[in-house]
Design a protein around this ligand. Sequence first.
Ligand code: TXA
Ligand code: MG
Length: 309
Amino acid sequence: MTGTDVLHAADLLRAGEIVAIPTETVYGLAANALEEKAVIKIFEAKNRPFFDPLIVHIGHLDQMHKLVAHFPEKAKQLANAFWPGPLTIVLPKSFLIPDIVTSGLPFVGIRMPDHPVLQQLFAETDLPLAAPSANPFGYVSPTTAQHVEEQLGDKIPYILDGGPCAVGVESTIISLADPDDPILLRYGGIELEKISDLIGHVSVQVAVGSNPNSPGQLDKHYATSKEIILMNPEDEKPEGDFTTIGFGGEGVFDINLSKSGSLSEAATHLFAALREADKSPKPTILIERVPDTGLGKAINDRLNRAARR
Ligand code: TXA
Ligand code: MG
């Protein structure tokens, strides 16, 4: 069931149930992060392998001391600058976090989302919420409550509707497992440049399937059921019956991610565009990459994974 009843969502979470929640990036599928039995239900509903760790979401900084063993200076700087917002920080976990949340790793990814409805939920429960994106494992992430309803509606007792997600791509993930060596594990809603401006050099280890630092960042992900052909704007278009997705005012596309050429607008529309193209009668999806700067890195990362077969 989908609705806007924050108190009902809070009751379910306190009772050890799973609830789909709105965030500014994508919808999440949440459970009390401190209760193993509740967290298992997330993996079951999503059909997610247990080697793929979950991000823990918090409402305010007071929750940090319970969740992490250390909160190093660089993490505090990042939190002050970008929370609430689309940044996940990986830190040594406290003993209170069950192994199932981190896939047995001694580190936990934490973020404070920026969404008014979710803030109301945190004001109500104060529970740290483990939540992956609320899609079946491997499919495109959901950016509306309806996306969640369509695919997981029969597996989730409640979907808390907070409207369409403003950012549209998932959080940037920075590991401070070693605070002297910050590592970018996933491009996302906060540009890498802004992070390195604040804390200095960040090495990039954006994962492929075999990278043990970021289990679950699989090469093939965000997959539509239709084949995706990915090209650069300068490439010659192949012949065929495609739904075309592109960016900017120059081209003619069935779906334009941003006519004004705004990368943040393109990010907002990305996943809904993939879903729309997947539903169209045309058998194949043809997509032009966006400029590979700033948020464009997160968008192109999702496109590359979506196109891999
Ligand atoms: O924006 C987001 O981050 C969304 C919303 C719901 O918050 N969540 C999200 O979760 O994208 P998910 O499960 O789809 O992706 C989480 C990824 C994992 O696949 C893994 O690569 C990385 O985060 N991750 C989580 N915990 C980690 C850890 N302890 N160490 C390394 N990577 C971790
Ligand atoms: Mg996901």
